[in-house]
Ligand binder design. Sequence first.
Ligand SMILES: *Cc1c(COP(=O)(O)O)cnc(C)c1O
Length: 388
Amino acid sequence: MNSQHIETQAIRTQLERSSFLEHSNPLYLTSSFVFEDAEDMRASFAEEKQRNIYSRFTNPNTSEFVSKICKLEGAAAGHAFATGMSAVFSTFAALLNSGDHIVSSRSIFGSTNSLFTKFLPKWNIETSYFKVNEIDKIESLIQPNTKVLYAESPTNPAVDIINLETLGKIAKKHNLILIIDNCFATPYLQQPIKFGADLVIHSATKLIDGQGRVLGGVTVGRADLIREIYLFARNTGPALSPFNAWVLSKSLETLVVRVDRHCENALKVAEFLEEHPQVNWVKYPFLKSHPQYEIAKKQMKLGGNVVSFEVKGGVDAGRKFLNSIKMCSLSANLGDARSIVTHPASTTHSKLSVEDRLETSITDGLIRVSVGLENVYDIIEDLNQALS
Ligand SMILES: *Cc1c(COP(=O)(O)O)cnc(C)c1O
């Protein structure tokens, strides 16, 4: 399907029909595939033929999911993984050698931070960090052995925005591989490859699934890099299950309508919070008060579904707010049809020192709201009664 429209691509990119001429794509729950004869088997293993051999390598359902994400991101190739974290880990493990160096944003997903600080150093791979508001300092962090520039935008949980075009220029100038975790934006809102990213990673667990059901991950981008990542994954086994791929590929059919409504609701929630006397400040990319509003407008179609704000009264007020919530869920997930609230200072980020927390803009009273698809007035009413 050659449409340039993302909705059409997300719906009409599909596997070849089987002989049953099914309309909805079937689920290929099979661990392996059969060969016609010895020659077919030889040629398949020699990669003279592109075909499925074993579902640790490829499977029709995962291939359909990957080809949709490639079209939506404008990527040449991709590979799917069991989780977002296995996509992140496999990407770094496949591309880096002992002695290589990473320059990364300070504001990254917690487990990615653990990968950089606890595990990659075991293989002599070190990381230097820049703060989201100090991208002018990135070049001073680059060393002769720096290989990768890494960032997420919008960031979690503070919803800061990083200028992707600037990152693209720096990566090009210094011949670095620019990798962007695009999970918070989805390919509908932001396509990092347009700004010079070499690879884009998603946790499909979030808005791509959108209903809190399955885990999944994907890396897409330059074909030569994806080839290395594929060979690493094929031999080490972080494969996405065909069932999860089938769910995720179906979810992509509704990505645009879901994310449109998520963003519409999130903007209304952000505007409500901005007026509330119990709230110190609100951060949402498409609020004019957001410090990087102009950049957000330039690189994103809409503002995303995550709003962060600071409730007055510090850690205690944050905990009290969570205890007063009636409808929204207290959960670690995000990007779900159900609205979710978290208090990072007392939960996900409680192990960080106060200085480290403040460096990533996680203040004591910060609340993260993953705005869902319930009627927006019910979401606002729940937040309002909890604030009062
Ligand atoms: C959730 C998340 C991940 C990890 O994904 P999993 O599917 O939970 O492994 C990575 N990056 C970001 C930005 C995330 O929100």
